[in-house]
Design a protein around this ligand. Structure first.
Ligand SMILES: [Zn+2]
Length: 329
């Protein structure tokens, strides 16, 4: 389907979502949400130090939780999911990827509402105080006058590479010093900070590979190393081996799932935008490919949440019809 058509239909879906929700009871499911960096405010976002990503500030994160509390969602931890969720409620699980120090800002908000969150850590970034490549590419690219389109194209290219190849590309372009974080905005946790953070009762720690590896770009040995070593490093720091993983960029394959099982990982999260309905949650294999929504700070929060909660989307219907046409040839 053409992108413009898809965008138009999505806009219609966003518009009708509140009507759908007021007319039809929302289906019970587990909705999982993805966050990355948590910016202090709009000034920090536009400072050019880090890739603004989804542009989520602490205030937006707070509104997001308040919205779901009001809609009677039950907030769950990975342990709750693994124990099995009763199918008679709506659940939500909050996740943060990468291991930014600025995720510490989530704590007062989590405490205010008494809700848990799951933080996925890229282990070597923490161990070596190394900035994330997309922040370096953004910061240095902007300085060099690159356009947003060029930055996006570069990002799309770099996620097709292994971490070594990404590092080589960035260092060739900007020099070896560029991976030094600028400050608290873009730096990962230190091991000591992560250790303390992980002790908070509302904090759960998961695997995000050693080097933020997009795992489908690696052979079996590479996949094993990226997941297994991250398990070791994280266990050394926080005192337990994670039972959860978020696949960097949501990418996985059969080898990845196999390695996860060997490493004792029971819950894996993708970036497929969909709810997790309860039959899926009873199958251990399905728990390794949970769906997850992404929230954007530069779009209306209520509209996004309504859209994700709605169980009727014109876009799905159109896709279904197109598939039927295709099948008929
Ligand atoms: Zn990530």
């Amino acid at each position: 389907m053409k992108t413009t058509l898809r965008k138009t239909i999505r806009q219609i879906d966003v518009m009708i979502a509140p009507l759908v929700l007021s007319a039809v009871k929302e289906l019970n499911a587990l909705n999982t949400y993805l966050f990355h960096a948590l910016f202090k405010d709009k000034n920090e976002l536009s400072a050019g130090i880090a890739d603004p990503q989804q542009q989520v500030t602490v205030d937006i994160f707070r509104q997001f939780i308040a919205y779901h509390k009001e809609k009677d969602y039950t907030f769950v931890s990975p342990a709750d999911v693994l124990q099995g969720l009763a199918p008679d409620r709506k659940y939500i699980m909050i996740t943060f990827d990468d291991g930014y120090y600025n995720n510490l800002r989530a704590i007062p908000v989590l405490e205010e509402f008494n809700v848990p969150a799951l933080f996925f850590i890229s282990a070597n970034h923490v161990l070596h105080n190394k900035a994330f490549w997309w922040d370096v590419a953004y910061r240095e690219g902007k300085k060099a006058g690159m356009t947003d389109e060029a930055l996006l194209a570069e990002k799309k290219y770099l996620i097709t590479l292994t971490d070594d190849a990404v590092d080589a590309y960035i260092i060739a372009k900007y020099g070896p010093e560029c991976f030094k974080p600028v400050g608290d905005t873009d730096r990962p946790f230190t091991p000591a900070e992560l250790k303390k953070f992980a002790q908070h009762p509302l904090v759960h720690i998961g695997n995000h590979t050693c080097d933020h590896a997009v795992l489908i770009n690696y052979d079996a040995e590479g996949i094993k190393e990226q997941i297994g070593k991250a398990q070791d490093i994280i266990a050394d720091i926080v005192g337990y081996r994670p039972v959860t993983i978020a696949y960097p960029c949501g990418e996985f394959n059969d080898t990845v799932l196999q390695v996860c099982k060997q490493e004792g990982i029971k819950l894996g999260i993708t970036v497929e935008h969909a709810k997790n309905f309860s039959p899926r949650l009873y199958e251990p294999d399905n728990l390794l490919t949970l769906n997850r929504f992404t929230i954007w700070g530069n779009e209306d929060l209520k509209s996004q949440c309504d859209f994700f909660r709605s169980d009727y989307h014109v876009l799905d219907k159109v896709k279904g019809v197109l598939q039927k046409f295709k099948a008929k040839g």
